[in-house]
Design a protein around this ligand. Sequence first.
Ligand code: GRF
Length: 211
Amino acid sequence: MLRAAVLVSGGGTNLQAIIDRIKTNELTGVSIVCVISNSKKAYALKRAEEAGIPAVCISPSAYEDREAFHEALMAGLKEFEPDLIVLAGFLVTIPPAMIRQYSGRIINIHPSLIPSFCGQGYYGLKVHDAALARGVKISGATVHFVDEGMDSGPIILQKAVEVMADDTPESLQRRIMEQAEWRILPEAIQLIADNRVRITGSRTIILPEEG
Ligand code: GRF
């Protein structure tokens, strides 16, 4: 059983997608061992509690400095001994020590087709704002491994979504979640649970299904 820790900051619809797929057996061999949020207001914590998953808040404001917060985050995670850390809308920069400790075992979902509209400052609605301002006809979502850069790790899965002429950032965000994020995040976790993802340099190779 792959032990997944899910890190969140907000509404937790991606977390919900993972919980639902496990419940319906569309995602197998995976158990969510904890949900950790940096904000106690995150609705994602409620979703975790309702699903009977340990829900923990580790807030930077409870610590003297960034270093102490990072140590608490890593100690909190260690308690649950995760095999995989899933950043599902986690708005905190991951400390380099944590990236080293869980090398190749942290994944993130980003609401654009990387390398478009990613990196510093591209989060939440800002991503969709920028996509609409540039006038792209296609956007989408990306699941990638986390390295020490910003949205720069090896890509696991991507899914394209059409941009409509009358889209607002909100409507585009919703369509990308429904058509891409909530599908490819559980799919990527399944691939990892099935040991089908290999990292080679800056890329990944997805091995064919066995049998
Ligand atoms: C998603 O758009 C995700 O791609 C981004 O943050 C958002 C989180 O939404 N990284 P939710 O909390 O899963 O509803």
